[in-house]
Each structure stands twice: as structure tokens, then as C-alpha cells.
Design a protein around this ligand. Structure first.
Ligand SMILES: [Zn+2]
Ligand SMILES: [Zn+2]
Length: 342
């Protein structure tokens, strides 16, 4: 089978490997679509991640078809169309037992500590099968592959505690910002303001009903104040990995509001923060990482029930051979979501 193996920054090699052989407790999935996540992009184009040890097959936004089932595995059928949850917790630690399995320290994460979806086939062990979720025929594999990023955004919007009638600011309108935008609307936000500078992203954000601030043309903090009659936003989601955006976001939240740091920033980054901002304004500052399996299942339902429209986000579909082209498109910010079809 053909695979794309990550060896380090700017070093991804297309290789031929033998098709995985199954043990009795494993299943084999033919990958039909695998999205490129910003975290994959970062590993390939910017810096080696501390938790991915090369050589490793990346790719964790997987939709595929079950092609082989070990003799001990129950509950699956050959030909089933499935999506794969981003990570599966140990099921035993305090986080797993309290429904916060995204924080489990012993998680198996596909494309990180298990080989991922930039390959023709993915083999999954019995301990991972809780994360294999069938999806209905009304979804294409490409659409289904967006379940993973949507599940992370669902986690983010729930961390923000968005409520009906809220004003929500989203910094960044890449796939993650655009999914947060749709979720905020679906949850009844009165107004969603998006800060972005790339034309194609601005157009999409407007199409999904946002008021857009071009942060290269205006001071985004002042613009948020102007758009809210000086009130500022109930909830702010920083959907880019950028220190400056976090600082801006802190000044866009109203008293008792919440800021969610969704995007990772370079290790060792620091922000300066006036503690009085939190003291006098009772602002909540929190983060969001990955999603739980329950949220993953819910994200799939949101897509299959057409509450969230992922299709307009898919800007490029490429072959495994052209995977480097996908990373380059992302580098030039020409893409929204790139899907690899191995
Ligand atoms: Zn991801
Ligand atoms: Zn656990």
C-alpha cells in the first residue's frame, strides 16, 4: 500500500509498504478521505511536535470503509462507512471517568502515537474500536472527514459556553474559525463578528452570516467596540495560533465574558496580561483541546443532519502523491480545507 511518511520538517516521503496483516482483535480500514489539519501542517512546515516521533504516518481526520475484520471483533461489518474519532482515552483515569477523555494522558491518538490516515489503509487495535463510528450514506467521505475538526470546534464552543442571544467574536476564519462561526449561529448567537484578512476567508465568513473585520485595515479591538455599541463580546474564540490575536481577544471580551484559546502557539510563547482585567471584569480565560468521543458523535450528527454545512469549506481534494502540494497550499493560505484521497 502507498503511504506518506513524516520524517521531519519538510520531509514527507511517499513509500510503498505491505498491506497490514490483521490480528484477531483488529480491523482494517480503507482510507477514502483524510483532511490535513493545521497540526499536521505545523509538523511538516514549521516545527517538529514534541509528541510525534518520526517516522510516523500523520493524518487524523479520517473517513473510510471497513475492509477486513479480525475474528474476535464484534459489532462491525465489512463495507461499513466509518469515521475515526481523534483519540481514544484509557477509559480508567479520572478524566475518562468524568467525561473529559480529551484530557486523558494515556490516549491513543491516530496520526500521533499510532499511524494515521495519509495511507491507503489504517489498521486499528481493539483498544481503539470505541473511536470507530459508522456514518450514513447521505454523507460523502470528504464531508465525513470534517467530523474531526468539527468535533474539536464543538468542544471549543461548549468551552466558551455560548448562549442564545450572545455576541461572539471569532479571530481567524480558516476551517476552524468558519466551523466555530456556524456552531455559534446554530447555538443562537445574536451576532458573530469575525476578524480575518484573507479575501476568500472573509467571503466565506460573510456567507455564513458573520460581520467581518479586516484586521489589516482597522484596529480590530476598536472595531468590535464599534460593532457592539461599546459593549464588547460575550464570548471570544481565538481560532488562530497567534499571540497578538490572544491579546486582542482579551480586550474584546465584556465583563463576565469568556475567552477561549483554541489555537496552539509556538512553545515558550508569553503574553503580558493585566491581572486587573480579570479581577475587575471577572473575565474567564480558558482553552480547548481536541474533543471527547461523545462530542465527536454529536459532530457527526450535526453534519449528517445538515445543521453544519462543511461542503463549502472543502477547497482542495488531492491525491496522496501530491500531499506536499497540500501543505504548500496551506502555507500560502490559498486553501480552506485540503482533503487527501489516498
Ligand atoms: Zn486536527
Ligand atoms: Zn484516561
Amino acid at each position: 500500500m502507498k503511504v506518506a511518511v513524516y520524517y521531519g520538517v519538510n520531509d514527507v516521503r511517499i513509500e510503498e509498504r505491505s498491506k497490514p496483516r490483521l490480528r484477531a482483535d483488529e480491523i482494517l480500514i480503507r482510507v477514502k478521505a483524510c483532511g490535513i489539519c493545521t497540526s499536521d501542517f505545523r509538523s511538516v512546515k514549521i516545527r517538529k511536535s514534541s509528541y510525534i516521533i518520526p517516522p510516523r504516518i500523520l493524518g487524523h481526520e479520517i473517513a473510510g470503509e471497513i475492509v477486513e475484520i479480525g475474528s474476535d471483533v464484534k459489532g462491525f461489518e465489512e463495507g461499513m462507512r466509518v469515521v475515526i474519532a481523534p483519540g481514544v482515552g484509557c477509559g480508567e483515569c479520572a478524566y475518562c471517568l468524568t467525561g473529559r477523555d480529551n484530557l486523558c494522558r494515556n490516549r491513543l491518538v491516530i496520526g500521533a502515537n499510532l499511524d494515521g490516515g495519509f495511507a491507503e489503509y489504517v489498521k486499528l487495535p481493539s483498544t481503539y474500536l470505541r473511536g470507530v463510528i459508522p456514518f450514513p450514506k447521505n454523507l460523502t467521505f470528504e464531508e465525513a472527514a470534517l467530523t474531526e475538526p468539527l468535533s474539536c470546534c464543538l468542544h471549543g464552543i461548549l468551552r466558551a459556553n455560548v448562549r442564545i442571544g450572545d455576541t461572539v467574536v471569532i479571530l481567524g476564519a480558516g476551517p476552524i474559525g468558519l466551523l466555530h462561526l456556524q456552531l455559534a449561529k446554530a447555538m443562537g448567537a445574536k451576532k458573530v463578528i469575525v476578524s480575518e484578512a484573507v479575501k476568500r476567508r472573509i467571503e466565506l465568513a460573510r456567507r455564513f452570516g458573520a460581520e467581518v473585520i479586516n484586521f489589516k485595515e482597522v484596529d480590530p479591538v476598536q472595531a468590535v467596540k464599534d460593532l457592539t455599541n461599546g459593549e464588547k463580546a460575550d464570548k471570544v474564540i481565538v481560532a488562530v495560533g497567534d499571540i497578538q490575536a490572544i491579546s486582542q481577544g482579551l480586550n474584546m471580551v465584556k465583563d463576565a465574558g469568556t475567552l477561549v484559546i483554541f489555537g496552539g502557539v509556538p512553545p515558550g510563547s508569553q503574553i503580558s496580561l493585566d491581572p486587573n482585567l480579570i479581577h475587575y471584569s471577572e473575565i474567564n480565560v480558558t482553552g480547548s483541546i481536541d474533543s471527547t468521543i461523545a462530542e465527536f458523535k454529536k459532530a457527526l450528527e450535526l453534519i449528517s443532519n445538515r445543521i453544519i454545512d462543511v461542503k463549502p469549506l472543502i477547497s482542495h481534494i488531492i491525491s496522496l502523491d501530491n500531499i506536499m502540494m497540500g501543505f504548500e497550499l496551506m502555507e500560502r493560505k490559498e486553501s480552506i480545507k485540503v482533503i487527501v484521497k489516498p
